[in-house]
Design a protein around this ligand. Structure first.
Ligand SMILES: NC(=O)C1=CN([C@@H]2O[C@H](COP(=O)(O)OP(=O)(O)OC[C@H]3O[C@@H](n4cnc5c(N)ncnc54)[C@H](O)[C@@H]3O)[C@@H](O)[C@H]2O)C=CC1
Ligand SMILES: CC(=O)[C@H](N)C(=O)O
Length: 367
C-alpha cells in the first residue's frame, strides 16, 4: 500500500509546497536481519564523516572508489554493494553487502540501518551489453534509478550518479561537446542516462535533493575486467598487449573518443561530492582528460612494446555507437566552477597501465 509522506530534513525549494514523495509503505522483513548481519564490523559511532553506500560496486570503478573514500572517511564508513559475490580481497578490504537496486525495500533497509548519508549509484548495464539486453537494461538503468531517487530524497541523502559521453547522440555537436546541447542518444544506456540527469536535476529543484552528476568519458583502469562498454577496447588492449603481444580491435583505427585514467575519474568524483553547493553552478558536468583513436593509442603503446601486433575486426554495433558519441568533451565549466584538473594525458596513461597490467601478469605467472 502506498502513502504520501513528508520528506524529513529537506527544506521547501523555490516556493514549492513542503516536500512530499511517494513512499512505498514501511514494514520490516527478514531482510533487515540479513542486512545487519553482513555488517559484522560496521561502526555505528557518530562522526563527521559521511556514511557512504556504493551500488554496483563490483564493476570496473566501484572497488577503486571505495578504496579512495575509505582512505578519506575511514574503512567502516564506506559500504560496497552489488548482486555478485565479491572476490576474497574485496570482501576482506571493508564492508560489503548484497543489494539489488530493483529491491526497493531491501535498499531502504540498508540505507536506514546503516545511517547512509551519501549514495553513489554505480549499478548499470553499459552501452554494448545494454543493446544486447534492452529489457534488463531498462529495468536496471531506469526502474532501479527510480528506487534510488525516491530513497535518497526520502532520507535526505547526497546522491552521486555518473552519466557518460553515451548520453549524447548523433545530433549532438561532437568536437567539442558542450555541457548543454542536443541530447538524442540512440542506445538504451544513453537514453537511461539522459533520464537520470533530468530526473536528478528535477528532484534537486523540486524536492531539494542534493544530486551531483559527472559525465565520465571512457574510463581506463587495470583493476578489473571490462564490463560490456564501447570504450572497453582501450582497457583490453593493455591486458592483451602485455600477455600475448597481440590485440584485435573492434573499433576502426580512426575512431576518436574522450578517455580518462581511473585515478583522475575517482578524484573528480570525490571533489564534486565535497564541493560546496554554492560552487556548483550546475548539477551535471562534463569532465575530460584526453581524446584519442585506437591508432594513436597503439602508437603510444608501441613506444614501450614495439612488437605489438594489432588487427581490426570491426563490431558494427560498437562502431555505430562510437560514431554517435562525442570526440572531445568540453569540460570548461567543471574547471572554472569547482577547479577540475586532470593529471593523466596519453603518455602518462600508457606508462601507468603497462606498469599495472605488467605487474599483474608477472604475479599471475609466478602463482
Ligand atoms: N567504465 C566506464 O568507462 C564508464 C562508466 N560510467 C558509469 O560509471 C558507473 C560504473 O561503471 P562500471 O563500474 O564501469 O560498470 P560495470 O558494468 O563494470 O559494473 C556495473 C555493476 O552493476 C551491477 N549491477 C547490475 N545489475 C544490478 C542490480 N540489479 N542491482 C545492483 N547492482 C547491479 C553489476 O553486477 C556490476 O558489478 C556506471 O553508472 C556507468 O554508467 C560512465 C562512463 C564511463
Ligand atoms: C563510456 C561509457 O559509458 C562506457 N565505458 C561504455 O562504453 O558503455
Amino acid at each position: 500500500m502506498s502513502c504520501v509522506r513528508a520528506v524529513r530534513g529537506l527544506a521547501p525549494v523555490c516556493g514549492f509546497q513542503p516536500l512530499a514523495v511517494l513512499s512505498r509503505g514501511v514494514s520490516f522483513s527478514p531482510h533487515q536481519v540479513a542486512s545487519d548481519a553482513s555488517f559484522h564490523s560496521v561502526s555505528f559511532s557518530e562522526s563527521d564523516h559521511p556514511r557512504v553506500l556504493i551500488t554496483g560496486g563490483l564493476g570496473q570503478l566501484g572497488v577503486g572508489l571505495a578504496k579512495l573514500l575509505r582512505k578519506q572517511f575511514g574503512k567502516y564508513n564506506v559500504i560496497l554493494s552489488d548482486i555478485r559475490k565479491p572476490p576474497a580481497h574485496v570482501y576482506q578490504s571493508g564492508p560489503f553487502i548484497y543489494s539489488d537496486i530493483l529491491d526497493y525495500k531491501n535498499l531502504r533497509e540498508i540505507v536506514v540501518n546503516n545511517r547512509i548519508s551519501w549514495l553513489i549509484h554505480y549499478s548499470v548495464l553499459l552501452s554494448a551489453v545494454g543493446e544486447a539486453n534492452v529489457s534488463l537494461a531498462r529495468d536496471v538503468n531506469i526502474t532501479g534509478l527510480h528506487n534510488i531517487l525516491d530513497i535518497t530524497a526520502e532520507h535526505g541523502l547526497r546522491l552521486f550518479i555518473p552519466s557518460t559521453i553515451g548520453a549524447f547522440g548523433p545530433t549532438s555537436p561532437r568536437d567539442p561537446t558542450p555541457d548543454l546541447c542536443i541530447q538524442r542518444p540512440r542506445t538504451i544506456y544513453g537514453v537511461s542516462k539522459v533520464h537520470a540527469e533530468l530526473m536528478g536535476e528535477y528532484y534537486h529543484h523540486r524536492y531539494g535533493l542534493d544530486f551531483r552528476c559527472l559525465r565520465y568519458p571512457g574510463i581506463i583502469s587495470a583493476d578489473s575486467k571490462p564490463g560490456g562498454g564501447t570504450t572497453d577496447y582501450a582497457v583490453q588492449i593493455f591486458h592483451d598487449a602485455v600477455k600475448a603481444g597481440r590485440f584485435v580491435c573492434n573499433l576502426r583505427p580512426d575512431t576518436r573518443l574522450p578517455m580518462m585514467f581511473i585515478d583522475d575519474c575517482l578524484r573528480a568524483t570525490l571533489e564534486v561530492l565535497e564541493a560546496p553547493p554554492e560552487t556548483l553552478g550546475m548539477r551535471t558536468y562534463n569532465i575530460s582528460a584526453m581524446s584519442f583513436t585506437p591508432e594513436e593509442l597503439v602508437q603510444e603503446i608501441r613506444r614501450h612494446l614495439p612488437d605489438l601486433q594489432v588487427t581490426y575486426e570491426i563490431d558494427p554495433v560498437r562502431q555505430a555507437i562510437a560514431d554517435s558519441w562525442p570526440m572531445v568533451l568540453d569540460d570548461s565549466s567543471a574547471r572554472s566552477d569547482w577547479g577540475w584538473k586532470h593529471n593523466y594525458g596519453l603518455p602518462e596513461l600508457v606508462q601507468t597501465m603497462l606498469n599495472l597490467t605488467g605487474s599483474d601478469s608477472r604475479k599471475a605467472r609466478a602463482n
